[in-house]
Design a protein around this ligand. Structure first.
Ligand code: SF4
Length: 558
């Protein structure tokens, strides 16, 4: 049994197998070839395979893909379909009103509808063919620093085969110390390593606005052969209004996919205020709206999942470089909030990071002095210009009542400047409003026709359809810092919102029948790795840590 971490040396290490890092790794291999440079490059991914944790709408602006791989069509690119037109609808309880003017950022005609799980898997196979060591099932659990305590020199991966108390089981395998000259962090929204680095002095700039997030629940539904999208003039529908109303940021979407499938989802801005907002219920209500129910009629849910997205945009982008490290993709808040798109921006950030890495190897300097060119090139790129135009969008969207359209309109007509530039952002964990009175927790007693286990599946079936698996006898990866806060403060003030926002049914409150004393129970094996609890818990009392590598969902078509 090996109990010591083995050290493995790489030139460049990418953390996370999302679009930013995969595009970055491919670009780096292309540049290395063109410049006769031999590089040992590795990419680790905590999911069981590339794409297993990848989930997005997803409409992709193909601009970055065309730059990276001009011959993408010849390489087996997994396109679902092309957007033929946009349908934007305002939903009331029972009706839908087509929105006559679709904001320019949401003009998607000609863009690609993809499955991010399939797309990243495809990019992963191309990267591997080009010589990148693709290492799925490895969870980065600790950033390794040099003697100065600031220079990143690699990442430690977690061990496998520990029991609930942290003792070695017979199949114990130590983690690895993956050493590298440059580490690229592209862990996606709320990456645990980037979060740890943010708390360390000297890595990120002070006085940045807090990152803010939205969480989406998505399904892929098999539709009958004769379906809405066959004859409709559009195959990309976005909705506002019901079920969230106008004071809770977010909205729904439904897109056509290949082979008579549809991608459907509801996105909720985590700056919402209502502690009792149950994400899963809202998603089912959205599906049951007459317009949506008509489109998905006679369908069958094939796969379900959930993920948080970093949507704060320009003012929340961290410093993009540090000694030995670069930050890309969702980890660096690369997102066009008004356009609801980030894949192309993530890819571009990875590609720009690759150019900087090449320069660093040519100069043999991996310090900030050289790596700062990543930030300079980003500021000159189309990606920066695009993100800049949406810089006050999330803030405007979080406004209430009549102020919302005023603020949204102002930033729309002034190319992002708006009424105030920059508008401040509040941390998502600080926006819940305390309940006026304590309400006793009752299990919802849904009409027996509410779920049918085919098109309207309950939460537990949804988790089953996400193919989420964790080894059951490992230590709980969700750390409740102080159990007393859950009951003495959170239950009394907010009724434990984790039991409502968690799409994985991980948190449950059980009330003892005799003592009436509530108790928080955790089902960590259900965790979808969406990170909502780490972001939204009002007492910052939940810490999401990385479970054993290879655990979590196993998305294939989301
Ligand atoms: Fe998401 Fe947290 Fe629930 Fe896991 S436990 S599914 S990260 S909210």
């Amino acid at each position: 049994m090996v109990t010591q971490n083995e050290k493995i040396e790489f030139d460049v290490l990418f953390i996370g197998g999302g679009p930013a890092n995969l595009a970055g790794a491919i670009k780096l291999m292309q540049l290395a070839r063109q410049n006769n440079l031999e590089l040992e490059v590795a990419l680790i991914e905590k999911g069981s395979q590339i794409g297993a944790h990848a989930l997005s709408g997803a409409i992709m602006n193909p601009i970055a893909l065309k730059e990276l791989l001009p011959d993408y069509l010849k390489k087996g690119y997994p396109l679902e379909t092309i957007v033929k037109g946009d349908g934007f609808q305002f939903l009331t309880n029972k009706k839908n009103i087509p929105v006559p003017i679709i904001p320019r950022e949401m003009h998607n005609k000609g863009y690609h509808i993809i499955s991010l799980a399939k797309f990243t898997r495809w990019l992963g196979s191309l990267a591997e063919e080009m010589g990148v060591n693709i290492l799925p099932g490895f969870a980065g659990t600790k950033v390794l620093y040099g003697l100065d305590g600031k220079t990143v020199i690699g990442v430690q991966t977690g061990p496998k085969g520990l029991d609930k108390k942290g003792k070695h089981k017979s199949n114990y395998e130590a983690g690895f110390d993956l050493m590298s000259k440059i580490t690229v962090f592209g862990e996606g929204a709320r990456g645990n390593l980037v979060k740890d680095m943010g708390a360390r002095p000297g890595i990120f700039k002070k006085k940045k606005m807090p990152q803010i997030f939205e969480t989406g629940i998505k399904e892929v539904i098999q539709l009958p052969e004769s379906n809405f999208f066959k004859t409709a003039p559009y195959n990309d529908i976005h909705t506002l209004g019901y079920p969230l109303g106008l004071n809770t940021p977010g909205g729904g979407f439904i897109y056509e996919m290949a082979d008579n499938k549809a991608g459907i989802g509801l996105i909720i801005g985590l700056s919402y205020e209502k502690p009792l907002l149950d994400f899963y219920d809202e998603f089912i209500k959205f599906k049951k709206h007459p317009l949506i129910a008509g489109i998905i009629k006679d369908g069958k849910v094939l796969e379900q999942g959930a993920r948080a997205v970093s949507t704060g945009g320009l003012f929340t982008i961290p410093k993009l470089f540090s000694n030995g490290a670069l930050f890309a993709g969702g980890s660096a808040a690369m997102h066009n909030a008004p356009g609801l798109k980030g894949i192309h921006l993530s890819m571009k950030s990875g590609m720009l990071a690759a150019q900087t890495i090449l320069r660093a190897f040519q100069k043999n300097d991996f310090s900030e002095k050289t790596l700062c060119s990543y930030d300079e090139n980003f500021k000159k790129s189309w990606a920066f210009k695009e993100i800049q135009k949406g810089r006050n969008f999330s803030q405007a969207l979080a406004k209430k009542g009549v102020l919302k359209p005023v603020y949204l309109g102002a930033q729309y007509f002034t190319n992002g400047r708006g009424i105030r530039d920059s508008m401040p952002l509040i941390k998502d964990a600080a926006t819940l409003k305390p309940l006026k009175k304590e309400i006793s927790i009752k299990k919802k007693n849904f009409d027996k026709n509410y779920f049918d286990d085919i098109l309207y599946v309950n939460k537990l079936t949804g988790i089953y359809l996400s193919k989420t698996k964790h080894r059951e006898d490992q230590a709980c990866h969700l750390i409740i810092k102080d159990q007393a806060i859950c009951i003495d403060k959170c239950y009394k003030t907010y009724q434990c919102p984790c039991t409502k926002f968690c799409p994985g049914n991980v948190y449950e409150i059980e009330v003892n029948e005799n003592s009436r004393q509530p108790r928080l129970i955790l089902n960590p094996a259900n965790c979808l790795h969406c990170k909502t609890c780490d972001i939204k818990d009002p007492y910052n009392n939940i810490l999401w840590t990385c479970p054993e590598g290879g655990g979590g969902p196993d998305y294939t078509i989301l």
